[in-house]
Design a protein. Structure first.
Length: 80
């Protein structure tokens, strides 16, 4: 039930390109790496990770699988 209350508020913050935790601007977030040509993972100052989709020009929260993908790419040396 709590998710039903917070989800609309979080969606508004993401539409405005703001972090749902600290309301920092995601356009100023640290770029971690590219998941693909159209998807970039960024990390906010509060350590929450987001994926920016170029086609939609929108941010979304990174899933566990996306975080694992970027961590394995870092471990393999594909991303510094």
């Amino acid at each position: 039930m709590l998710k039903n209350i917070t989800r609309p508020f979080q969606n508004v913050l993401l539409e405005r390109k703001l972090c749902v935790g600290c309301t920092g601007h995601l356009t100023k977030a640290k770029k971690i790496g590219n998941l693909s040509e159209n998807r970039i993972m960024v990390e906010c100052k509060c350590k929450r990770r987001y994926v920016y989709e170029k086609e939609l020009a929108a941010f979304k929260r990174a899933t566990f699988a996306e975080e694992q993908q970027i961590l394995s790419m870092i471990a393999k040396g594909q991303i510094k």
